[in-house]
Write a protein that binds this ligand. Structure first.
Ligand SMILES: Nc1ncnc2c1ncn2[C@@H]1O[C@H](COP(=O)(O)OP(=O)(O)OP(=O)(O)O)[C@@H](O)[C@H]1O
Ligand SMILES: [Mg+2]
Length: 240
């Protein structure tokens, strides 16, 4: 089914969340829900709800919570114009506060493993985004292609660590120079960093915000896609 129109953050924040199921292969409580909006429409709005109360503690992400990092990733993607993360917000739900994200109807005809290893321009954007947010978990299952061919990413709860921990299945651009559009996006994020900082500061700590700025500055100084860190597993496990 095609998406009719993307839900706004304001819409995600209102309406009733009705739990329809649990995503069984997820490691945290990740609930598939329907969002009932008070607009009289009987259109089914599908969302993912990740209550903070259902998170397993992680040794390497002791501060904040995964749901907040999901929201910070959305805010950065939206602010930079990457448009890679489906609308996401923090709100209350049947199991307490959590991240609520619009569900992407993926096109089952797309071979996501082949696509993710391709040189598609949208994947370059994702590779850049993942470096900026320091994503530690870009596996094939977190790459979503919808019926219109639009690319989205999900599961950004383990991002924004202050140490370089990029773990991804998208390494085909390593070493390539950033193009002028990409450089423009980096420049915008740096010039408007104070605004970005205000947006994400409820969700990530000050050291992580400093590290975010340093990653952006490093891209301005050395405008290339990064290579894997030899001291850190470069690919998430399992990669699917
Ligand atoms: N917004 C979304 N739209 C479509 N599918 C999604 C969305 N969010 C999650 N999914 C699907 O649900 C799966 C599980 O969600 P997610 O990876 O976010 O949960 P998780 O609890 O962090 O799981 P894990 O730790 O096992 O990766 C994803 O791999 C993806 O297939
Ligand atoms: Mg996942």
């Amino acid at each position: 089914m095609n998406r009719t129109k993307q839900l706004t953050v304001a819409e995600l924040a209102m309406g009733e969340l009705v739990v329809a199921g649990r995503l069984v292969d997820a490691s945290n409580a990740t609930l598939f829900c329907e969002l009932e909006l008070p607009d009289g429409s009987d259109e089914v709005r599908k969302v993912v709800y990740k209550p903070i109360s259902g998170e397993r503690p992680l040794w390497d992400f002791p501060d904040g919570n995964l749901a907040g990092r999901e929201v910070a990733a959305y805010l950065l993607s939206d602010f930079a114009g990457f448009n890679l993360v489906p609308s996401t917000t923090m709100r209350d739900g049947p199991f307490g506060p959590g991240a609520v994200q619009e569900w992407v109807n993926i096109d089952p005809e797309v071979d996501v493993i082949a696509f993710t290893q391709s040189e598609a321009p949208s994947l370059r954007v994702m590779a850049l985004f993942d470096f900026i947010i320091n994503n530690t978990d870009r596996k094939f299952g977190h790459v979503l292609v919808d019926y219109e061919g639009a690319l989205f990413g999900c599961d950004h709860g383990v991002s924004f660590h202050r140490e370089f921990k990029l773990r991804t299945v998208i390494w085909q651009f390593a070493g390539l120079e950033l193009n002028s559009a990409e450089l423009g996006q980096i420049e915008k994020l740096l010039v408007e960093f104070t605004t970005l900082e205000k947006m994400v500061s409820p969700y990530i700590n000050s050291e992580e915000i400093t590290a975010l700025r340093l990653r952006l500055e490093s891209l301005r100084e050395e405008p290339r896609f990064p290579y894997p860190n030899p001291n850190w597993p470069a690919i998430p496990w399992p990669p699917v």
